[in-house]
Each structure stands twice: as structure tokens, then as C-alpha cells.
Write a protein that binds this ligand. Structure first.
Ligand code: GDD
Ligand code: MN
Length: 385
């Protein structure tokens, strides 16, 4: 749809022009070789748009930021650089830092390596204005366009599989987005301002789409071109980060959190019942066995809940958190032990099965207390969920 040049070098501004001021946000990590051609392409693309500017969020060590500062005065557009001392959150963290610093009602996020056509930047915002969308995604998978910028069939396949997985995990939220893994998109201020974001590595669009839940989204197709210069900064570690990000996102809503809590609680029954069984075999009375086994399960659950599920809501020292948690996990013994003894005496359940039943009941009660008392949500999340 857009007249992209084969070389990735300057194209003339094309397509519909936006009315709103916009910032083109470019995360950079050692892109010194790409900055010059990117900036001249952006200069051409943004020509005649007085309120458009470019903001680099840079984590480089190769002098990319100095080069940008050197080039900026020679260009007909406003160019800024935000160099970060600490690359917190990687690519996603850089984008969020840029959004926080941007002053315009729209931002276009774009890679520095010319894999994303710079001339599409104004068109993405214009599409948002035309359709009323708060999020406009540049898609590699829309009709007529092939993603040829991948560095081989394996990366192309991996990207497609990840896209499938992500759309499967969020079928409703991502219904209108064919390329949720895209690094090219335009976003409207009201959307990013009201969200509490926790970016983690590359998939910042996914983070934004899931946590901000835009009501209207639009897409524009584009051709994903090969990198102009240098190599992708994504490696194996970025893949692991992506999976962790996806799990965190999936467990982030109240329902997801409850599901996570139940799963962790359920997994705790394994060490619990195992210890109970072992102790009973060793001749320990089943009620005492249940009490001791509870400590094994408590530690197991605490590790998973404190390290993963409520990781972002932690306050206070670890010892204090463990003490509170131990209290909560053992308080249920007050209810569980009489219930267990009742079940063993008055039903035909054996002690192990009866133990299982009491664990299930206790888990539900515990979730409510953890979610509402121990790990209080931050204010922004509380008001948005
Ligand atoms: N500031 C900052 N900090 N920038 C980073 C970092 C970082 O830690 N890591 C990467 N970048 C910058 C790169 O310099 C580049 O401008 C852009 O982010 C994308 O990095 P690449 O290494 O070129 O990523 P890719 O080509 O493998 O994948 C990109 O395109 C895909 C398709 O649109 C990413 O945007 C993916 O998220 C996207 O799926
Ligand atoms: Mn790239």
C-alpha cells in the first residue's frame, strides 16, 4: 500500500497526512550504522508536518546517541535523544520511557534498522484519526504482504508460531490484531497514559494491547524488509523472556491471578500429600502428619506466589512476607484439622483423600485473603481492573 523503496533509503512522503502532532519513537541499541539513513528517510516522511518530531531512546555503547546529537542540527525535523544509563526492561522498557517523555497526542514506535518503512509513520496516525482507533498496528501478515525481513526460515517460523500462541492466549483482546508481535505501531496518548505497564523485553505491543485494552484498533499492512545494517539484537534469552512475559500477562487480570493461585495451590498438594503419606508410613498419627506436611506445601507455595504471581506487588522484607504467609497457610489448619477428623470418622474417605478435600476448601479461602489483604494492588491497577 505504501511506496517503499527497495534500499530502505529516503522515500518521499506518501499516503494520507495526519492532523495531530506526533512523535516517532525509536529504541536504539548499537545502531550507529543505521541512524543516518533512518533519519533522512524520516525527514522525508515527516516533511511538511510541522508538529512531528523524532525521539530516540538509546541504550547503546557504540556512540549511537552522540551521532544522533551530531546529525540533529543538520535536519529539517526536531530530533531528541534520551540516553538511558540503565537499560531497564530492554527494548520494551525503552519504549515505555519514550512514551513517558513524549508530549504529543500520538506516538509511532519504529525500529531503527529500517525493517519498518519510515514513510508509514504519518500514515499510521492518519489511519487512527480516520477510524477513531487508539492503536494502529503495522502488520506483516495482512493480505498481499509477506514478511521477507526474517533472517531465515527458522526465525520466520518461530515468529509465526509465537503469533499463534499469543493470539490463542488472548483470543478476545487480540481479535483485531493479526500481528501482535509487531514492533511498528501508532498509539494514542489516552491509551498509554492510563496504563500501569510492566514491559519486559521485545514484545511491547503485546504488553500495551493486553494491559490497556483499546476499544478500537486498526491495522495497516507493511513489508517487513531485511535489516539495513548490523544484526538483530534478539537472541535465545529474548525467547525465554518472551515466554515469561506472556505468562505474566496472562495471569495479570483478577481472573488470571485466581487461576494462577489455584494452580500453584494445586501443585502444593503434591508435596503436601507426599509428605503426609511418608509420615503416616513412618508411623506418625495422620493429624500430626497433616500439620507437618502443611509446612512443606507452605514453603513450596510461598516460593511460587512470592517469586512469580505477586512478584510485582511485594512490600516489606522477605522474612516478614514469609511469616505472614506461614500464618495464613497454617491458620487454615484450625479449620482443616477438625474437618479432616470429621471426614475420616463420618465418611468413608481415607485420610489421604480427606486431606485432599480439606486442601481444596482451604485454597479458595486463602486466595481471597492473599488477593485482598496481603498483596494489595497498586492504585492504578486497582482502579483499572
Ligand atoms: N533502547 C533499546 N534497548 N533498544 C533496543 C534494545 C534495548 O535493549 N534491544 C533492541 N533495541 C532496538 C534495536 O536497536 C532496534 O532499533 C529495535 O530495538 C529492534 O531490535 P532488533 O534487534 O532489530 O529486533 P528484531 O528485528 O529481531 O525484531 C523487531 O521487529 C519485529 C517485527 O516488527 C522487534 O521490534 C520485534 O519486537 C518485532 O516483532
Ligand atoms: Mn530488526
Amino acid at each position: 500500500m505504501s511506496a517503499t523503496t527497495e534500499s530502505g533509503l529516503p522515500a518521499t512522503a506518501i499516503g494520507p497526512r495526519p492532523h495531530s502532532p506526533l512523535t516517532v519513537l525509536v529504541p536504539t541499541y548499537n545502531e550507529a550504522e543505521n541512524v543516518r539513513p533512518l533519519l533522512s528517510a524520516l525527514e522525508a516522511a515527516l516533511d511538511g508536518l510541522p508538529a512531528a518530531r523524532v525521539l530516540f531512546v538509546d541504550d547503546s555503547s557504540d556512540g549511537t546517541d552522540e551521532l544522533i546529537r551530531e546529525l540533529a542540527p543538520t535536519l529539517g525535523i526536531e530530533v531528541g535523544v534520551l540516553h538511558r544509563a540503565e537499560p531497564a526492561g530492554g527494548l520494551g522498557g525503552a519504549v515505555v520511557a519514550g512514551l513517558a517523555a513524549a508530549e504529543t497526542p500520538w506516538c509511532v514506535v519504529m525500529d531503527a534498522d529500517l525493517q519498518h518503512p519510515p514513510e508509514l509513520a504519518p500514515a499510521l496516525v492518519a489511519e487512527g484519526e480516520r477510524t477513531g482507533a487508539q492503536l494502529v498496528v503495522g502488520s506483516r501478515y495482512r493480505a498481499g504482504h509477506r514478511a521477507e525481513g526474517f533472517t531465515g526460515p527458522v526465525r520466520s517460523l518461530v515468529s509465526r508460531l509465537c503469533t499463534r500462541l499469543v493470539r490463542l492466549a488472548f483470543p478476545r483482546t487480540l481479535a483485531g490484531i493479526t500481528d501482535p508481535m509487531s514492533g511498528l505501531f501508532a498509539i494514542r496518548r489516552d491509551l498509554w497514559e492510563r496504563a500501569e505497564l510492566r514491559p519486559e523485553g521485545y514484545k511491547i505491543l503485546l504488553e500495551l494491547a493486553v494491559r490497556t485494552r483499546p476499544t478500537v484498533v486498526a491495522e495497516l499492512p507493511y513489508r517487513f524488509r531485511p535489516r539495513h545494517s548490523g544484526e538483530s539484537k534478539a537472541g535465545y534469552a529474548e525467547g525465554v523472556r518472551f515466554l515469561r512475559h506472556l505468562i505474566r500477562l496472562r495471569l495479570s487480570g483478577p481472573r488470571g491471578r485466581m487461576l494462577g493461585f489455584l494452580l500453584i495451590g494445586a501443585s502444593g498438594t503434591v508435596p503436601n500429600l507426599l509428605a503426609t503419606w511418608l509420615l503416616i508410613r513412618l508411623g506418625v498419627h495422620y493429624l500430626l502428619a497433616a500439620i507437618v506436611a502443611n509446612q512443606a506445601a507452605m514453603l513450596w507455595n510461598f516460593l511460587l506466589i512470592d517469586l512469580a504471581l505477586f512478584h510485582h506487588r511485594r512490600t516489606g522484607r522477605p522474612a516478614w512476607r514469609l511469616a505472614r504467609f506461614a500464618l495464613l497457610a497454617n491458620a487454615d489448619l484450625v479449620g482443616r484439622i477438625p474437618l479432616l477428623s470429621l471426614l475420616v470418622h463420618d465418611t468413608r474417605l481415607g485420610p489421604i483423600w480427606a486431606s485432599g478435600v480439606t486442601l481444596l476448601a482451604a485454597c479458595a479461602v486463602r486466595f481471597v485473603i492473599a488477593d485482598r489483604v496481603l498483596y494489595l494492588p497498586a492504585k492504578a491497577e486497582a482502579s483499572s481492573s
